[in-house]
Write a protein that binds this ligand. Sequence first.
Ligand SMILES: Cc1cc2nc3c(=O)[nH]c(=O)nc-3n(C[C@H](O)[C@H](O)[C@H](O)COP(=O)(O)OP(=O)(O)OC[C@H]3O[C@@H](n4cnc5c(N)ncnc54)[C@H](O)[C@@H]3O)c2cc1C
Length: 398
Amino acid sequence: MSRPGGADPDCDVLIVGAGLVGLALAPALAELGLGVALADRAPIRMPADPGGDADWDARVYAISPGSAAFLHRVGAWQMLPPERIAPVEAMRVAGDAGATLDFSAYDLGERALAWIVEERALRSVLVPRVHEAGVAMHAPRSVASLTWSRDAATVRFGDGSAVTARLVVAADGLRSPLRAAAGVGATMLPYGHTAVVANFRCERAHHGRARQWFRGDGSILAWLPLPGRRISIVWSAPEALARELLGLEPAALAARVAAAGGGALGELACVTPAAGFPLALMRVHSPIAHRLALAGDAAHGVHPLAGQGVNLGFGDAEALTAVLRERGPVDDAGAGVLLERYARHRVEPVRAMQAVTDGLWQVFGATAPWLRTARNFGMAAIDGLPLAKRLLAQSALR
Ligand SMILES: Cc1cc2nc3c(=O)[nH]c(=O)nc-3n(C[C@H](O)[C@H](O)[C@H](O)COP(=O)(O)OP(=O)(O)OC[C@H]3O[C@@H](n4cnc5c(N)ncnc54)[C@H](O)[C@@H]3O)c2cc1C
């Protein structure tokens, strides 16, 4: 790539944040022939090998078929060990007054509605791709400041070192220090809920079926199939309930989770201790600034009830890659015209996902009895409309 005016920057693109989104974006951009660097405050290395049956990562993701296809193009998906992936072949969503909504991959002509994969497994296939793609690593280094000239942006790290790039990508998470350093405004609306996650062995086979309950106490419980007779749960709970769940002994937690799911899979046994994640809706005022693009949680925070946060982030990575691949005669990876194209590509999917997840949360969080009847009626009605169901499911799949 030619260098328009001024001293040559160190690279075309510096990605700050080696979470899943930064790790996927780095090799995707490097494969375009761009000079790419990746920085993180923590070392960027392979996670330790899982050490046996009890060793399951409490952080698991429902990866949509669309994200899986992107990760495949990055060269990572096909490297995942099959024994650590579970297809979601069906899903049942239950309302708080008896209504249910069923989705089936078979009915949609898909192999799976989503794939459940541990964070650790995804990292272990993405980190080697970053190395193979020749991405320059700057880790562990924490961002201290961001400055700009007309032709480049410079990120300075806490240890005094600096990297100059045509384009800086902030993939540094929900509270993105880089976004703050760039002065990009964000509105953070805490849900007042904490997501409690843990993994369990179950007495009965789950047959690839995910389950989700919108409960009368305002909490939302999801059971996601893991390989074998195991499930992972995400229980989005008001603070008092979350504290109570996180304070339970493993056996008591397992009994509580089994009871909350109506014993659908028989008895449960806890295999990974519970962890809690406070939840917030976060909207940015703009996903771009001068020579800066936001990606992943730095660009949007959504409620995990639809399991779409990292999928949105992979969507950002895919869109930015497409914009830079199809940049035509524009040599400069940080050119305003390209950034605006990226922002236009992302505005609609991000808004739509935030509207759906936040809307569901509002509708099911309300306690008015008429609303309870209405939401369950709505669910039952959608369940009887195959076309509406197909539209709902297909947008989540992609
Ligand atoms: C309970 C729960 C369940 C979820 N389930 C799903 C699911 O099923 N499907 C789904 O799609 N999404 C899910 N999500 C959302 C998903 O976890 C996030 O969207 C995703 O992890 C965001 O990835 P990221 O790479 O954007 O950010 P992060 O994973 O937050 O990574 C940010 C990186 O930036 C680095 N960093 C931060 N500050 C600095 C700094 N100053 N200098 C240098 N580096 C820095 C950090 O070290 C980190 O490596 C869930 C979320 C929760 C809470």
